[in-house]
Design a protein around this ligand. Structure first.
Ligand code: GLC
Length: 563
């Protein structure tokens, strides 16, 4: 194997085989590289300023060259887009702005022919308020079967004008909205853990279970290889609707991590396993209790779940090491692979985050106007890209991170769309800044994002992105894009990075040094001085040029050691 960092990088790509849908490569998901496509912002094939399936199809060769094993698409279904598509009105239709069902089928097939599997996003906690079920429920009387598929409830207080519970929304604001009766008088309330446009489904209802199993079949039948399960720990509610206790015991929280969830996922797993070719379930699970988190990953439940703990940590070696250890320790007893995630469509881009004095991530501390040093952030994001790609398990890459895009913090308020911004009364900047359309080529917006050169994309791109286009980076071997391509090429070709355990090596507290197998070493330098590399090792890749053979601060080197 030749790991030289020459400018020819197509060899690994050329040998990647196409995957037949019936492929029995049963363990593909244990170490896959999964690229998250936020469709509205990936590429616009029809020139209307919004990304679409035609745009993705046109850029599949880009993803193949990047070296990804699968694409996870954020919701692509019919939706009023009150929450960027996480408010689904019809699971069996594609949003007309993105294309049609035939485009989705063609995309799944074309991607597979390039060796790339498709993972879709299913949002079982809630539907759109325009979903026929919710419309029927609103039209029906209190106590009717139509209402039982949701959480309709009389209000509290003498006149029923208080919310049935004081549960707090993940999006700030109330979790209940009052309905209006046909005669104009106030009626029952309905529950929505997110926006009022996203009414929560009642998972105690057999229709809800049946419908979702049917949705899974609908898409598995069309060849999708996996399902990302949105808000996977929220579906089940305590029907008695108690308030949230101050320190809930495990399983006691009325709307999060209820024990009954496991039964649902066991049935989904059975369904997924009834299809050929390892169809996988990936949970979006935000839980601080790692033991409870791992329960979802028992062998007959979900295959993997996102590990947000690592992503939320400060760029400090002890914190990251502790997160890596805790993550691997939590996964070991259930034999599930860990996942490594630097960002997604909900969180601040790493280049921006890591350039801040407080480089941790929390929704509660997202604010406008926090100073950031983008050069520092970019150096650290490069180091983090190699670090995460060297860890055992599945790697997620959010579109644009491979280009080193920063969070766009200068969007005019009038273009902002995210309900997180509006529901916080404008205090939370929202998530639009990480959802700005990708720059592909050229020197002026829309930077090749759109088939039309004159269209303004649904969120405007900053002029400074001229330097970050795919085209510009392809011509620059020091670019973030080259770093990602090289890293994924090495990761795919080196057996130690596929299935070996991690072993920490002796190092200072400010360095993350570990081996995988008997021939690979990762060294990430989070100190503020250059450090020596072990003698006799070949440098496969480094996130910054070495300085007289030494590894600079905020950089990672991958080494091949003698066997
Ligand atoms: C998940 C999604 C987020 C969405 C929310 C409600 O957290 O990642 O984008 O707003 O669920 O569906």
């Amino acid at each position: 194997m030749d790991f030289s960092l020459s400018t020819t990088e197509a060899s690994a790509v050329a040998t990647r085989p196409a995957i037949a849908p019936s492929d029995s490569d049963a363990l593909w998901w244990r170490n896959a590289v999964i690229y998250q496509v936020y469709i509205r912002s990936f590429a616009d094939g029809n020139g209307d300023g919004t990304g679409d399936l035609a745009g993705v199809r046109a850029h599949l060769p880009y993803l193949r060259e990047l070296g990804v094993d699968a694409i996870w698409f954020t919701p692509w279904y019919a939706s009023p887009l009150a929450d960027g598509g996480y408010d689904v009105s019809d699971y069996r239709q594609i949003h007309p702005a993105f294309g049609g069902l035939a485009d989705a089928e063609a995309l799944i097939e074309e991607a597979l022919a390039l060796g790339i599997r498709t993972i879709i996003d299913v949002v079982p906690n809630h539907v759109s308020n325009e979903h026929p079920w919710f419309q029927e429920a609103l039209a029906a009387a209190p106590g009717s079967p139509e209402r039982k598929r949701f959480w309709f409830h009389p209000g509290a207080g003498p006149n029923g004008d208080e919310m049935p519970t004081r549960w707090v929304s993940n999006f700030s604001g109330d979790t209940w909205t009052r309905t209006t009766q046909p005669d104009g008088t106030p009626g029952e309330w309905y529950l929505h853990l997110f926006t009022p446009e996203q009414p929560d489904l009642n998972w105690d209802h057999p229709d809800v279970r049946r419908e979702h199993e049917d949705i899974l079949r609908f898409w598995f039948d069309r060849g999708v290889a996996g399902i990302r399960i949105d808000s996977a720990a929220l579906l089940v509610k305590d029907a008695a609707l108690p308030e949230v206790p101050e320190n809930p015991r495990p399983g006691e929280h009325p709307n999060t991590d209820r024990d009954e969830l496991h039964d649902i996922y066991r049935s989904w797993r059975e369904l997924a396993d009834s299809y050929p070719g390892a169809r996988v379930l990936v949970g979006e699970i935000w839980l601080p209790d790692t033991k409870r988190f791992a329960m979802y990953l028992r062998p007959n439940e979900l295959h993997t779940a996102f590990n947000f703990d690592f992503m939320a940590r400060r760029w400090e070696a002890p914190a990251l090491r502790q997160s890596i250890d805790a993550t691997l320790a939590a996964h070991a007893p259930v034999h599930a692979p860990a996942t490594w995630v630097l960002s997604n469509h909900d969180v601040t881009r790493p280049v921006t985050r890591y350039g801040r004095e407080d480089s941790s991530f929390a929704f509660a501390t997202k604010r406008f106007g926090i100073p950031t040093d983008l050069d520092l952030g970019t150096r650290r994001a490069r180091a983090a890209a190699l670090l995460t790609a060297a860890l055992p398990g599945t790697l997620y890459i959010y579109q644009g991170d491979e280009l080193g895009l920063p969070e766009v913090e200068t969007l005019p308020r009038e273009v902002l769309q995210d309900p997180m911004h509006f529901r916080s009364n404008g205090i939370d900047p929202g998530r639009d800044g990480c959802r700005v359309p990708l720059p592909w080529s050229g020197s002026v917006a829309p930077f090749g994002f759109s088939a039309s050169a004159t269209v303004t994309p649904w969120l405007p791109q900053p002029a400074s992105w001229a330097a970050l286009t795919v085209e510009a980076q392809e011509g620059d071997p020091t670019s973030m894009l080259w770093l990602y391509r090289n890293a994924l090429r090495i990761r795919a070709a080196l057996p130690s990075l596929v299935d070996s355990d991690l072993a920490w090596l002796d190092s200072s507290d400010e360095v993350l040094a570990f081996s995988r197998g008997d021939d690979f070493v990762n060294i990430t330098n989070l100190s503020d001085v250059n450090i020596a590399l072990p003698p006799g090792a070949d440098v496969l890749l480094s996130s910054l040029p070495l300085d007289d053979g030494r590894l600079p601060p905020d950089s990672t080197a991958w080494l091949r050691t003698q066997q």
